[in-house]
Design a protein around this ligand. Structure first.
Ligand SMILES: [Zn+2]
Length: 238
């Protein structure tokens, strides 16, 4: 079976539990026996972010890894600490938010595409991660509404400024804002800013720095995530 390694964690004295995302079975976890022993032949093919081909056997409580071959190592990512951070943050987020055995081939393809893109991305890692995290949330069913008012459906292009709070699921128009509880923390977005946001979300377009893009993405995903997400921009700016 083929899969992208999401994580590996220690288990008993010499074993590890390996989490892998596969196109056929979604996220699966398996025990890699003896993998912490120096001479283990499987150890090199179990790094998070590697695309591997592996064999499984039924175990008592959990499946057992029988063999593993690396199909794509994504070496460039591992050699650059910023790329490595972006990859590990993404893999870790997927590992935490995706339930075992819920199959979605799009998530597998998304992981492959993103790792390939990350190898080639020259710069702006924060924006890359912003866009990528939001793409992942779209696959989970959370996509911010930007083309129309998220509450009333009005054409937002007719207004000079629109407003955003993650609870509405997208931007809203000034008349709808007037009906909201006054003390809620909305932030305002100009037409230019809104066009920037739409462009940032389009994977076909180049990444152009939009000042509040990170805040928009982080507020949105933090609100809808079932688990607490650390603010990746803080780590990336170190
Ligand atoms: Zn409205």
């Amino acid at each position: 079976m083929q899969g992208i390694v999401l994580s590996r964690r220690d288990f008993r004295e010499f074993d590890q539990i390996i989490s892998v995302y596969t196109p056929e079975q979604g996220k699966i976890e398996m025990v890699a026996r003896g993998v912490k022993k120096i001479q283990s032949k499987n150890s090199a093919g179990l790094e998070p972010g590697q695309l591997v081909e592996f064999g499984l056997a039924k175990g008592k409580e959990m499946s057992l890894l029988t063999s593993v071959t690396v199909e794509e190592d994504f070496t460039n990512i591992r050699l650059d600490y910023r790329r490595a951070f972006v990859a590990s943050f993404l893999l870790d987020t997927v590992d935490r938010l995706v339930e075992k055995n819920s199959v979605d081939e799009r998530i597998f393809l998304f992981l492959c595409t993103t790792l390939l893109e990350l190898q080639a991305t020259p710069d702006s890692f924060e924006f890359f991660l912003d866009r990528t995290i939001l793409q992942f949330f779209s696959l989970l069913g959370y996509t911010p509404i930007l083309g129309q008012c998220a509450l009333g459906g009005e054409d937002v292009l007719g207004f000079g400024t629109v407003f955003f709070h993650p609870k509405d699921g997208g931007v809203i128009c000034p008349p709808c804002l007037a009906k909201q509880t006054p003390n809620q923390e909305y932030f305002s977005i100009s037409q230019e800013g809104l066009r920037g946001l739409v462009s940032c979300l389009d994977p076909q377009r180049p990444l152009v720095a939009t000042p509040f893009f990170h805040r928009f993405v982080f507020d949105f995903v933090a609100y809808y995530s079932e688990k607490k997400l650390p603010d990746w921009s803080k780590v990336l700016s170190l």
